[in-house]
Design a protein around this ligand. Structure first.
Ligand code: MG
Length: 159
């Protein structure tokens, strides 16, 4: 059996709104994430991590924002479609780890729901999915609460 690691990164700006979607879970907030799709930066970073690990492209190439079909698109569905591509290439994610970097919202209270949502999308055990919240110590654009960033790592094994 072969093992690979993929990494993904994403960031989205905040705008006035009524909540954010992260890892398929809606978190109430006085703002939203601006994006061509539904703005789910956790799903986007994970999508890039599994595509990268399998060596089969990236989210921008698979779901270009020039395609009207991707406007407002469900990012968990995008993650699922990426999983199909990864599996078709002979790879399967077995473990993923995610860091959400933001001053707000606090992701801790939603961690378990996000883990379950992502585990379901990836077809792996909840225990193999971790989501961690992290502030940027008030530094830079994240510290000024202009948006958030996500880093995701995925371990893949050959099928
Ligand atoms: Mg994105």
């Amino acid at each position: 059996m072969k093992t690979r690691v993929g990494i993904g990164y994403d960031s989205h700006r905040f705008a006035e709104g009524d909540g954010v979607l992260l890892g398929g879970v809606r978190i109430p907030a006085p703002f939203k994430l601006v994006g061509h799709s539904d703005g789910d930066a956790v799903a986007h970073a994970l999508t890039d991590a599994i595509l990268g690990g399998a060596g089969v492209g990236d989210i921008g190439e698979m779901f270009p924002d020039s395609d009207p079909a991707n406007k407002g698109r469900d990012s968990i569905e995008m993650l699922h479609l990426a999983l199909h591509r990864v599996r078709a290439a002979g790879w399967s994610p077995v473990q993923v780890d995610v860091s959400v970097i933001c001053e707000r919202p606090k992701v801790g209270p939603y961690r378990d729901e996000m883990r379950a949502s992502l585990a379901k999308a990836l077809g792996i055990e909840t225990g193999a999915v971790m989501v961690k919240g992290k502030t940027n110590e008030k530094l830079g654009w994240i510290g000024k609460e202009k948006g958030l960033a996500v880093i995701a790592v995925a371990t893949l094994e050959s099928l």
